[in-house]
Design a protein around this ligand. Structure first.
Ligand SMILES: NC(=O)c1ccc[n+]([C@@H]2O[C@H](COP(=O)([O-])OP(=O)(O)OC[C@H]3O[C@@H](n4cnc5c(N)ncnc54)[C@H](O)[C@@H]3O)[C@@H](O)[C@H]2O)c1
Ligand SMILES: [Zn+2]
Length: 349
């Protein structure tokens, strides 16, 4: 799969996804005509990074300890200092290899270094390949709040080789698939049915099934992002599960990972929406998440409606105690409901 997406604000972004396609990465990066390449990578994929850095002819490879704690303004500053040390100029391309935390941090740093240098994202987690590295949102956490500081800036290239997922442990592998389920649940009934059929193969990490899921994620996400780059309209559909999911992450002090938080959030939002989400849609989402082996039970210490409501309303527009939230009107169709603290409490009971 090799597609180009045209954006109104940020020119062109290319998405290349496949199996065993790493040998094509140097040519794809060279096509951006870089004046120097710097690789930043998660330490967890160091052997792969060393190989790719050599093949890319990178002038440096900067290791980062991935995980939510790397998404900090101070870490963006350190990365910028490394870029300066490596004499990165406006023409330098920053290639980021890692999960969503590394691609968020690198995308953000690339967006502000010298007012913006080109960035290539190479996701190594299912979550990053299916969501985080797609669509041009990037950023860091701040003041205990997720993604408080960030930019909208498309990567020049997203290059994903599903072989790179091989070293990922089972839990994060499964949890990343939550983002594909989320998209299909509100955007595409056919893709949802296909995911139901693929679920056993996905649960045993079959590479062909994984590639198909990543391709679906790219098609669904880029479809809404091209239509709505800065999230004024249809892109809001991608927030299904995230109103409550992000609040759960924040309340947990970022110890709850993003995938399970969104899985818990999707089901809680279906419950909070009352009769708006048909039982059939709700139970198919729950069943698919179970088939994929994702934990969807909210831990008792996080089932605190007042605390979750405070987090949920910190970064969203609340009108008269009501928070707009996208939920499925049926599988593959979305609608907006208004979350209240009362409905949230009911969903947690
Ligand atoms: N920008 C967006 O639009 C967007 C969308 C969704 C999620 N996100 C963000 O993505 C982040 C979560 O991403 P994630 O789940 O990839 O987390 P992550 O980057 O923390 O990766 C998960 C863990 O796997 C390790 N790892 C990564 N690749 C590996 C590999 N191939 N083999 C072995 N270990 C590997 C990492 O070191 C880390 O410990 C969150 O911060 C979330 O906010 C952003
Ligand atoms: Zn998400």
């Amino acid at each position: 799969m090799d597609r180009r997406f045209e954006f109104v604000r940020t020119a062109t972004s290319r998405v290349v996804v496949g199996r065993s396609i790493a040998p094509q990465l140097p040519a794809a990066v060279a096509a951006l005509r870089p004046d120097g390449i710097v690789l930043v990578h998660d330490e967890a994929v160091a052997p792969l990074a060393v190989r790719l850095a050599a093949e890319l002819g990178a002038r440096g490879a900067i290791p980062i300890q991935g995980g939510e704690s790397c998404k900090q303004l101070a870490r963006a500053g350190e990365l910028a200092s490394e870029l300066t040390r490596l004499r990165a100029t406006r023409g330098t391309v920053l290639v980021a290899l890692g999960g969503g935390t590394v691609t968020d941090l690198a995308g953000f740093t690339a967006a502000i270094y010298l007012r913006g240098i080109l960035c290539v994202l190479c996701p190594t987690t299912t979550l990053a390949a299916c969501d985080a590295a797609l669509g041009g949102k990037n950023g860091v956490d701040h003041g205990g709040l997720k993604n408080r500081l960030g930019t909208f800036r498309q990567p020049a290239l997203l290059f994903a080789d599903v072989d790179w997922l091989a070293t990922l442990p089972d839990p994060p592998f499964r949890e990343g698939l939550v983002e594909v389920v989320k998209k299909a649940a509100v955007l595409d009934a056919q893709h949802f049915a296909r995911l139901e059929a693929l679920a056993p193969a996905l649960a045993r990490r079959d590479p062909a099934a994984t590639l198909e899921a990543v391709e679906m994620a790219v098609a669904m996400k880029m479809g809404v992002v091209v239509a709505d780059e800065t999230e004024a309209g249809p892109r809001a559909a991608l927030n299904f599960g995230h109103t409550i999911g992000h609040a759960l992450e924040s309340l947990s002090g970022e110890t709850l990972r993003h995938g399970p938080a969104v899985a818990m959030g999707m089901l809680a939002e279906c419950r909070a929406a009352g009769g708006v989400v048909p039982k059939e849609a709700h139970s198919r989402i729950a069943a698919l998440l179970a088939l994929l082996g994702v934990d969807t039970a909210i831990p008792p210490h996080l089932a605190d409606a007042a605390a979750l409501w405070r987090f949920a309303t910190l970064d969203k527009k609340v009108r008269e105690g009501r928070l707009p939230m996208v939920v499925p009107a049926a599988i593959g169709q979305r609608t907006v409901v208004e979350l209240t603290e009362h409905a949230l409490a009911r969903a947690l009971a």
